[in-house]
Design a protein around this ligand. Structure first.
Ligand code: 2HA
Ligand code: ZN
Length: 275
């Protein structure tokens, strides 16, 4: 089968377009990666090349040795992915040491995988382990309301989690583990990758202060849906704070406990503090 005929590639392209249409990907902002299943790689083998040189990832991901990833290209625009996928995305393979990658398909006019490859791969390594192999998608976007909140809320996991949970009843069910917050750091390197992947041991969502958000999930629907839910909740919070900073009423710790019991989710007590 051709790469562009594979369902996982179609799903990836659709997610890029959906993200652009949400206004989360100005210019070359944001990046997406998918850990490809063995049978999916087998089905597109005819188009994969082993000719490209191995290049350093900039960090070590031994837990991903030999794995293949579909990723957006560095400097490429999400809005162009649907028009010319082969020029804007690529499939890379990680070598046996977990220190190098090579391009096996795509980026036909040249280029490199996303500048955030270290963060994507370190997040994948953590999530593969803690989810027992279920999580396959890592998504980085620049949603305006989440970013806005990083200027007005303390950069603390418990504050962001609780405020976002309170903005929509579905939130604690969609991200029961909460959200982590990474203070401002230089993007694109190993340090921010280490900080983000440490958050991913505990959470499926990591907010990057004054920059954007990373989400992890099992498939494209769940991961896009997670980003969408977090950003919608942030939008409601921005509206609430704009109208009157002190809420007249909200969802209480007692309400959250009742919700958790009915929806059979565990909500960590650390987020159910009295204010
Ligand atoms: O431009 O979003 O974090 C791509 C990015 C870097
Ligand atoms: Zn970014």
């Amino acid at each position: 089968m051709k790469v562009l005929e594979a369902e996982f590639v179609k799903g990836f392209i659709r997610m890029c377009d959906d993200g652009f249409n949400q206004n989360w990907h100005e210019r070359n902002g944001g990046n997406l990666s998918y850990r490809v299943k063995a049978e999916e790689i087998e089905s597109i083998k005819e188009e994969l090349s082993e000719a490209s040189p191995w290049q350093p990832i900039g960090t070590g991901v031994p837990g991903l040795a030999g794995e293949y990833f579909l990723v957006t290209g560095s400097g490429k625009y999400f809005r162009n992915v649907i028009l010319d996928p082969a020029a804007n995305i690529c499939i890379v393979q990680v070598d046996a040491s977990g220190k190098n990658y090579r391009i096996c398909w795509g980026l036909i006019n040249g280029g490199r995988p996303t500048s955030e490859l270290p963060s994507h791969l370190m997040n994948h390594e953590v999530k593969k382990q803690v989810s027992g192999g279920k999580h396959r998608v890592i998504y980085h976007a620049h949603p305006a309301n989440i970013i806005a909140l990083t200027f007005v809320l303390p950069l603390e996991d418990k504050v962001f989690t609780r405020e976002l949970w309170e903005m929509a009843t579905e939130c604690p069910v969609v991200f029961p583990d909460g959200v982590g917050v990474v203070g401002w750091m230089v993007p694109g390197g190993r340090d921010i990758a280490v900080a983000t992947s440490a958050m991913m041991k505990k959470y499926d969502v990591a907010v990057w202060a004054h920059h954007g958000c990373f989400c992890s999930g099992e498939d494209f629907d769940l991961t896009f849906g997670l980003m969408h839910t977090v950003e919608k909740s942030a939008e409601i919070l921005v509206k609430v704070l704009s109208v009157r900073p002190d809420k007249l009423q909200t969802i209480s710790p007692r309400n959250f406990r009742d919700l958790a019991a009915d929806f059979k989710v565990t909500l960590p007590e650390e987020f159910l503090f009295e204010k």
